[in-house]
Design a protein around this ligand. Sequence first.
Ligand code: HEC
Length: 195
Amino acid sequence: MQMKLAIAGFAFSVMLAGFPAMDAGAAEDAVAAGVAEIKPELKRFASMLKKELQQALKTGGPLKAIEVCNGKAPEIAARISEETGWDVGRTSLKWRNPDNAPDAWERKVLEDFEKRRARGEKAQAIDYAEIVEQDGRRVLRYMKAIPTGKVCLACHGSNIDSAVRARLDEFYPDDRARGFRPGDIRGAFTVSRPM
Ligand code: HEC
């Protein structure tokens, strides 16, 4: 349902953005097809990460598990990118790694996600797709909110163990990704593909 609304909004913005060659119906179909293709991949990404995290937390504790979010996440993202041809990443308004800081489009979408959540939408159901023009090409961009779960709090909550805090301070001196509560939007998957 949300996706439908986003697509409707998007089709309108495409018309306004001046892509006369692509009619709204065709654009809507292209977006829906793209999203249907990448959404299961993101689901796979999320569950692989969660599994790796839970396992690392169990066997090595949060100090060890830092390496999962730090090393495994970009590794899985790169693999999915290679397999699908989509550029796959993660971003957040309150990022930990400055490499994950949002660009202007992502920032706008993330701010809109926060508004949607404040209006009562569940974080796990929030997403948005749009065709944008980038360097003279049409690019399909899609973002899907990542909810904060209990397992995330060890490193993104407000009560982080002091040894973990020290390690995070060391790796990420400008860390903003703390103080989250369950159900908050921790960030989003962000993907794009040329049309
Ligand atoms: C063991 C510690 C730890 C746990 C638990 C953890 N994270 Fe992270 N998280 C990190 C680290 C470290 C980074 C920075 C990764 C990097 O350098 O790219 C990070 C980065 C992220 C990012 C990328 C944006 C940013 O802030 O740089 C997202 C999104 C994210 N985590 C979501 C989650 C979610 C959702 C959970 C729970 C399912 C979770 N994390 C659990 C340590 C953790």
